[in-house]
Design a protein around this ligand. Structure first.
Ligand code: ATP
Ligand code: MG
Length: 275
């Protein structure tokens, strides 16, 4: 948490002059402009900025869903290599995402059991017994306060938005990635579920030393959960550093403006008011 600066592990993901250009000529958009970052093991990072500032574009480059126009991305100190299907699969064992819209995260025509089984199989659990797999799925569901018995034989579209988001976290619980990107995962649930989901993610961080990258408009949330905050405006980072420094002692005018919208930030921060 922001007030307690923690010892950070080694660098897991480092971006050097990462740039993304979409389109050509008149439609050319420089969505991300020469950004630099260094994320560490177990670190909680927030990328904060207004709509269209390039946050999701950074996430998609990190995930390898779109190409990086220019710059270098280092994973565990080595240039990331996803040049073959096999390497890509290996990389995705280490990095996972929960997206703004849970509907886009699932194949709606796969039953929930298969969805969770896939996670177990993907992480080397193929040869476990049915009983072991059942126990793992039950544990994952109870971690997010879902009952496996109530989910079995259902499809994702039969769940509520909040249940679907918790199911996404159950997947993360099984996959245990090194890095998790959470692109506003809490936007469509009420404040209470939002706090619960945050707690679940932070608990997972503590248990498996996962690095979490939150992408949000909400500077209050960023202060509450992060070790480090990166402030993004028009495709560039205007300010970055420990949450305490950036949010309590902002230097950039843009950060000051974002903060002026959140008077509560200087008071006692209460989780029930986040959002
Ligand atoms: N596939 C694409 N083709 C062309 N332009 C794109 C594409 N994806 C994003 N952009 C543009 O890049 C810019 C950054 O978009 P991005 O989705 O990264 O913003 P964001 O910070 O995630 O916004 P929000 O907070 O609304 O989710 C925008 O101008 C957007 O229109
Ligand atoms: Mg976005």
């Amino acid at each position: 948490m922001a007030e307690m600066a923690r010892e950070l592990g080694k660098s897991v993901l480092k971006g050097e002059n990462i740039t993304k250009v979409f389109g050509y000529g008149k439609t050319r958009t420089e969505a991300v402009k020469k950004v630099n970052f260094d994320f560490h093991e177990g670190e909680v990072i927030s990328i904060v900025g207004e709509s269209g500032s390039g946050k999701t574009t950074i996430a998609r480059m990190i995930l390898g869903l779109i190409t990086i126009t220019e710059g270098t991305l280092l994973f565990n100190g080595q240039p990331r290599d996803i040049s073959s299907g096999k390497k890509r699969k290996e990389y995705w064992k280490n990095i996972q995402a929960v997206f703004q819209d849970p509907f886009s995260s699932f194949n709606m025509f796969n039953k929930i059991d298969d969805l969770l089984l896939d996670c177990i199989n993907m992480t080397g659990g193929k040869h476990k017994s049915d009983k072991e797999k059942f126990d793992m799925m039950t544990e994952a569901c109870s971690f997010v306060n879902l009952k496996y018995a109530e989910l079995t034989n259902k499809y994702p579209f039969e769940l509520s938005g909040g249940q679907m988001q918790r199911l996404m976290i159950a997947r993360i619980f099984l996959l245990k990635p090194k890095i998790l990107i959470a692109d506003e995962p809490t936007s469509m649930v009420d404040a209470c579920s939002r706090a619960t989901i945050l707690d679940m993610l932070m608990k997972l961080r503590d248990e498996i030393g996962m690095t979490i990258i939150f992408i949000t408009h909400d500077i209050g949330l960023a202060y509450y959960v992060s070790d480090s905050v990166y402030i993004m405006e028009h495709g560039a980072f205007v300010e970055a550093g420990p949450a305490e420094d950036v949010i309590i002692h902002p230097k950039a005018d843009y950060t000051k403006r974002l903060i002026s919208d959140v008077p509560k930030i200087y008071g006692e921060w209460d989780l029930s008011t986040v959002g």
